[in-house]
Design a binder for this molecule. Structure first.
Ligand code: KG4
Ligand code: ZN
Length: 343
């Protein structure tokens, strides 16, 4: 099945042509980072206007790179939510129009299923169910037990900030620009992760929920109490110590979920799964506890449309279909896990 996929949930306009959940024929991502940088974060109204400008050229480019036209497409998958509603509606409207013109099936896909779906594209052969998935991005930090490509049950989630959001906010306090994850990752490589002890929250007991706002405040307080010019070495130490606290928490929770759910495989996906230290720590934690840890490649961790096709493919196979009244949703809802793809 040749699928056209569209993603416009936040600040990336993306389109891809993918064969089932296996082979990426093209994947085009137009980032809006330069547009939002000067505001230190995504401005929703600007994002939706930019999606309107970018979406058709991005879809055209996906066709060109794949060497196919709309007439070769057999189904369409599009992000339905969660995300910025104005932005989602742009992708949804284009998907509906193209599917209507061609009279082909289409499906609305939950963005979180898509982040997990990225793993079928990159390491499909290594996947066996059930597994634990951590989706860790700018908007989400959630743990799931995955029993099939369309079946995930929520085990825990952040009670406040998402991990990526914490990276972005801490980078902003430190004057490092937006988005902050990549910058902190780079600076931290030469910093000492043990230089400052920042809090690791909700590690007691059995909880599989996360909380990063206390850590964020602790970094902010540290910056305030040690005000003045920080040397580059100190900035690296702060970045490394903050990052270590995030990664320690994520690793501990995933290992706990693996134990509680009696699984042998963990998948870590979403933008923050690009983080160098996170990958390093997860791999060594996996090795010492005898579980396999897999990550999609970085290009499939940050927002893209290929992952939407991979997840959408399975919903299409199960007979899920969108219709013209299907609407976008802004927030992650438990019911979305069950109703995904249905109208
Ligand atoms: O998955 P994604 O592209 O968008 C959402 O669905 O939110 O994730 C973007 C997030 C941003 O918060 C960004 O700072 C973070 O992923 N990120 C990173 C790294 N690369 C991207 N965080 C830590 N280390 C990285 N290398
Ligand atoms: Zn995302």
């Amino acid at each position: 099945m040749k699928i056209l996929a569209i993603e416009s949930s936040c600040d990336e306009t993306a389109a891809a042509v993918v064969l089932a959940d296996r082979e990426i024929l093209s994947s085009v991502v137009a980032s809006q980072i330069d547009l939002h940088k000067k505001y230190g974060g995504v401005v929703p109204e600007l994002a939706s206007r930019k999606h309107v400008e970018a979406i058709l050229p991005v879809v055209d480019e996906a066709f060109t790179r794949a060497g196919v036209g709309l007439d070769a497409i057999e189904a369409i998958a599009v992000t339905q939510g969660p995300g910025l509603v104005g932005s989602l509606l742009v992708g949804l409207a284009v998907a509906k129009s193209l599917a209507y013109v061609r009279q082909i099936p289409w499906v609305g896909v939950n963005h979180i299923f898509s982040h997990v779906g990225a793993i079928y594209l990159s390491q499909g052969r290594l996947i066996h169910f059930p597994f634990i998935a951590l989706v860790v991005s700018g908007g989400h930090t959630s743990l799931f037990r995955v029993t099939g490509p369309t079946q995930m049950s929520l085990l825990g989630r952040t009670l406040d900030d998402a991990a990526g959001e914490a990276f972005d906010k801490v980078a902003k306090f430190m004057g490092l620009g937006y988005p902050g994850g990549v910058v902190i990752d780079r600076l931290a490589r030469e910093g000492d992760p043990a230089a400052i002890t920042f809090p690791r929250t909700l590690l007691d007991g059995d909880s599989l929920d996360f909380s990063f706002s206390g850590l964020k405040t602790a970094v902010l307080n540290y910056l305030k109490t040690h005000q003045g010019e920080f040397s580059i070495a100190q900035v690296r130490h702060i970045a490394a110590s903050f990052q270590e606290a995030v990664v320690d928490t994520l690793t501990a929770k995933v290992l706990r979920a693996v134990r509680q759910e009696n699984c042998r495989l963990a998948v870590v996906a979403g933008g923050v799964a690009c983080n160098t230290r996170l990958r390093e720590k997860f791999l060594s934690a996996g090795e010492s506890s005898g579980i396999t840890v897999l990550f999609p490649p970085p290009s499939l961790c940050t927002d893209n449309a290929a992952m939407v096709a991979a997840a959408g493919y399975h919903f299409l196979q199960e007979g899920h279909r969108g219709n013209l009244s299907l609407n976008a949703y802004s927030r992650f809802e438990k019911r979305a896990l069950k109703k995904e793809g249905k109208d």
